[in-house]
Design a protein. Structure first.
Length: 204
């Protein structure tokens, strides 16, 4: 599965709410193709359940199947829980951090902001969305009128009350610092990450 570029609400109706992917909500509460007969949906097999969780994680963070597998392999090499390590790696991506700070309305938009060179990490321009941030990294904005105007507009509509506790934002100076790893409870994604690890287990 490559990066998805199709109808977003169709995906969220099937997989559930994916706030990084889109914040729009469908008025239809049933899965596409089921015509509202949710009580007659077929019981999912173990494989399809794992596949669904894997797809949810892919779409929420906007990564390909190949990239997600690479993250799983890296998570296994780190000490501690593999599934928790996986989420930490995804949450420490630069595009995710930019989104969490409220510098972008959605994760896809955060990816564009990074790619277009609006973001600095420790005063160095980084244009790679998948760049792995580290603890105590300082995220700032390129000192141009266009960059400042863009980020200021996004911050005005951002819900700063939902800023994760591991981030320290200075909205006046359009900068922020990563003070810790995100707490699992602050990742607003209904997913069983262990099933994602199990999905790839045969290839590990």
């Amino acid at each position: 599965m490559t990066r998805y570029r199709g109808p977003k609400l169709k995906k969220t109706r099937r997989l559930g709410e994916l706030l990084n992917f889109t914040q729009k909500q469908s008025i239809r509460k049933y899965s596409p193709g089921e015509h509202g007969l949710t009580n007659k949906e077929k019981k999912s097999s173990e494989y399809s359940t794992r596949l669904k969780e894997k797809q949810k994680l892919q779409l929420n963070y906007g990564i390909s199947n190949k990239n997600l597998f690479s993250y799983v392999c890296l998570a296994r090499k780190l000490s501690g829980s593999t599934e928790q390590n996986l989420l930490k790696l995804l949450e420490m991506r630069l595009d995710t951090i930019v989104f969490r700070f409220g510098f972008a309305k959605t994760l896809p938009f955060a990816r564009q902001i990074v790619t277009h060179g609006h973001i600095l990490v420790n005063n160095k321009k980084i244009t790679i969305p998948s760049y792995q941030c580290k603890l105590n990294d300082k995220i700032t904005i390129l000192k141009t009128d266009n960059s400042y105007k863009l980020i200021e507009q996004n911050l005005k509509i951002a819900n700063l009350t939902s800023l994760p506790s591991h981030l320290n934002l200075d909205p006046q100076n359009l900068s922020g610092t990563i003070e810790n790893f995100i707490d699992r409870n602050e990742i607003l994604l209904q997913i069983n990450e262990l099933l994602v690890i199990e999905y790839y287990s045969k290839n590990l």
